[in-house]
Design a protein around this ligand. Sequence first.
Ligand SMILES: NC(=O)C1=CN([C@@H]2O[C@H](COP(=O)(O)OP(=O)(O)OC[C@H]3O[C@@H](n4cnc5c(N)ncnc54)[C@H](OP(=O)(O)O)[C@@H]3O)[C@@H](O)[C@H]2O)C=CC1
Ligand SMILES: CC(C)(CO)C(=O)C(=O)O
Length: 340
Amino acid sequence: MVGGRRILIAGAGSVGTYAGGCLAHAGRPITLLGRPSLMDRITAGGLHVSDLEGRHHHIAAGPGLRPETDPAAAMRDAGLILVTVKCADTAAMGRLIADHAPSDTTVISLQNGVGNAALLAEPLGHDRVVAGMVPFNIVQLADGRFHRGTDGAVMVAAGHAGLRAELDVPGLPVVESADMDSVLWGKLLINLNNALNALSGLPLAEQLGLRPWRLLLAEQQREALRALAAAGIRPARLGPLRPGLLPHVLRLPDPLFRLLARRMLSIDPLARSSMWEDLERRRPTEIDRLQGAIVALAGRHSLSAPVNARVRDLVRQAEAAGTGSPGLPPDAVGAQGGGA
Ligand SMILES: NC(=O)C1=CN([C@@H]2O[C@H](COP(=O)(O)OP(=O)(O)OC[C@H]3O[C@@H](n4cnc5c(N)ncnc54)[C@H](OP(=O)(O)O)[C@@H]3O)[C@@H](O)[C@H]2O)C=CC1
Ligand SMILES: CC(C)(CO)C(=O)C(=O)O
């Protein structure tokens, strides 16, 4: 489907660089469009990708992996574009693609939050844009590696011939879904933990192992499920549990939860949420597209979502302070929300 043209990673950060590395290792011709600091590093020393299953590959820069910082140069020979910028940059990336990429290039959003595909479709048209979802976590480690710390398969909208096969490579399993809206809402329920993880400053496995944090997540999910039901939205089941059961399992005592969690999901001790990474790098977070979306949806249906609103406000404060993760204890997060 790419017709011999290249796959462009539009916004090479954690997810994009990992995906680009796996695809390049499997022989797909990849262009990375990213910031000069990372692109220079990859040009000089190549790219390391690793995962919790023990894969570790080094891919040298060259014709198979071309780092670029100029959108026009990066996009002119793209046959397929994976958009991996944060939500705040989606609209701007859509305009760059409209200006510089061939007009028949398919564009896939691999971002969290609902509404990115629609934003990209504004300048590009609905026919060219495909919704996608990345279930796993990528962290950039101190040694420069892009490391996948949890498992799961990337999901892309069904009905685009050859797309799944083009992207499905070792380290980056890809499956199709006929209902990406439900998938993205299901993912958003899980992403309500991103902010808690960012506020805690703890690794994901450690934070989720502590019941006071899980109670806050359960309460946010309960508010979200109520708002989704009022709006007639059915979030997809993305793991062994259907969405309605998630808050109940999160409320289990630590020993029981840890036992169940060990059977249901693997989380590398190094994994952290992308929002933690944003706070640490003093970048804007996606809070308004996650907790903010739930508060807005609840409001449209005359419901309240006080714990989501409180978490949103704490993350906004942390963004404004610009001092990284505030390392809050869970009772400081639950204090005014009444969630835990
Ligand atoms: N990280 C993770 O584990 C996961 C992330 N996701 C989702 O995937 C999406 C991407 O997340 P993530 O990879 O963490 O984000 P990152 O911020 O790590 O990566 C995006 C990169 O794109 C760069 N960028 C933005 N605009 C441009 C531009 N015009 N030209 C070149 N580079 C640009 C950003 O630079 P700068 O920062 O300087 O603007 C940044 O380096 C998000 O929606 C996130 O929620 C989903 C699952 C897991
Ligand atoms: C950690 C994970 C995979 C789920 O919360 C994620 O989507 C993120 O960090 O943005």
